[in-house]
Design a protein around this ligand. Structure first.
Ligand SMILES: *Cc1c(COP(=O)(O)O)cnc(C)c1O
Length: 375
């Protein structure tokens, strides 16, 4: 299907360059490129081979179908790449994981640990697992003071503790005090287990924001999602300039109209022209993944100028005020929803900030609803 009215492009080269850059920053740590949620909307099946070619040690996933997509890519590298599940698994997921998908699972409870242990013993294998320690995220895992339980887990047969991990709650925030407290708690627990796990166990705490902001010396593995796609990792910290956005979204103008002063535009008549205006009508709306919440707030690039979205975003139409564009604007001209045009740029994170969301949510909407072309 060739969509003429919207172009969602993903650059494999940029994705690869971002991963290479991150690998260089974190060396000698290993890297897990996080590709859950269909690679944050960028397309798991299309980008997983790129991540593997770029030399990632692990791919982070959440669901069994995601793991299946990778295992079925067809190459030996894809059959053998280490997969790390980034949440607790359901019992049924574990059965399939042990049997065929070979996902390295997190363990956050004695119950799950015993389940995996029995699965390993029954099949005569040592299942590689990662202990999840909750140091403040508060979603799952063992609390960092459950040392006796953790020791018990380390002694179970049929599993091999290859990693000990924690996840940061606010490494993207302004203050990093809580993150440093989490690191301290994590290494206390790690130390308490030193006689119970292999010395080479992979300690891993860092997500994207922490990887670009916080010392990484003690980590043996980092789990990086957002930074690989070139989106901002923290509102309070600039990404290294080498990390470039991977996805762009463009459309073309379906009509240019002269609208007199005092007319209302769109559903609910939420915008009234304050002057004789030029309004461009774009053939995309929230049906194409352009967030409805951007009414009277979004910005679109036309002829290299930042033009405001006026009125409600409809299901398949968005209206933009182009009165201040000095060049003539014509039917069919390009409009950039996310990306670069001339000297101007609009990022997913800029749009997300306008309605208190996160870039990933818009990535997902744009990526899921439109066929992505890979360049
Ligand atoms: C999603 C996820 C990450 C990656 O987070 P980014 O901020 O996108 O780098 C890392 N670790 C865990 C446990 C996750 O769930």
């Amino acid at each position: 299907m060739n969509q003429h009215h919207i172009q969602v492009k993903v650059s494999r080269d940029r994705f690869k360059n971002n991963i290479s850059h991150i690998r260089n920053i974190v060396k000698p740590s290993q890297l897990c490129v996080v590709m859950k949620a269909n690679a944050y909307g960028h397309g798991l099946e299309s980008l997983a081979p790129t991540a593997i070619a770029a030399g990632t040690d692990y791919i982070g996933i959440c669901t069994n179908p995601e793991a299946t997509i990778i295992r079925n890519l067809g190459s030996d590298a894809a059959k053998n790449i280490k997969l790390l599940r980034l949440r607790m698994a359901l019992p049924e997921e574990l059965n399939e994981s042990i049997e065929s998908l070979n996902i390295e699972e997190q363990i956050g409870s004695i119950e799950a640990a015993k389940y995996l242990s029995e699965g390993g013993v029954k099949r005569g294998k040592q299942i590689p697992v990662h202990i999840n320690i909750d140091t403040g995220m508060g979603r799952s895992g063992f609390f960092s003071n459950q040392i006796e339980e953790l020791k018990l887990v380390c002694g179970l047969p049929g599993i091999n503790i290859v990693g000990i991990m924690t996840h940061f709650a606010s490494s993207d925030g302004k203050e990093l005090d809580f993150t440093h407290k989490q690191i301290e708690d994590f290494y206390k627990a790690r130390q308490a287990l030193k006689d119970y796990v292999d010395n080479n166990v992979l300690t891993h705490t860092h997500n994207s924001a922490a990887t670009v902001r916080v010392n990484n010396e003690s980590n043996r593995l980092v789990r990086v999602g957002a930074a690989c796609y070139g989106v901002r990792t923290s509102q309070d910290f600039q990404n290294p300039p080498e990390l470039e956005p991977v996805m762009s979204v463009k459309t073309n103008i379906a009509q240019v109209r002269k609208v007199p002063s005092g007319k209302t535009i769109g559903y609910g008549s939420l915008f009234t022209t304050q002057r004789d205006s030029l309004i461009a009508s774009l053939p995309v709306g929230f049906g194409e993944g352009y967030p409805r919440a951007l009414f009277n707030k979004g910005i679109v690039l036309i002829k290299g100028h930042r033009c405001p979205v006026v009125g409600r975003v409809s299901l398949n139409i968005t209206t933009v005020d182009i009165t201040d564009v000095p060049e003539p604007v014509r039917w069919g001209d390009e409009a950039v929803l996310v990306g670069i045009q001339g000297h101007e740029k609009i990022t997913f994170e800029e749009l997300a900030d306008k309605f208190k969301s996160v870039h990933t949510e818009i990535n997902l909407m744009a990526g899921f609803m439109n066929q992505i072309s890979y360049v």
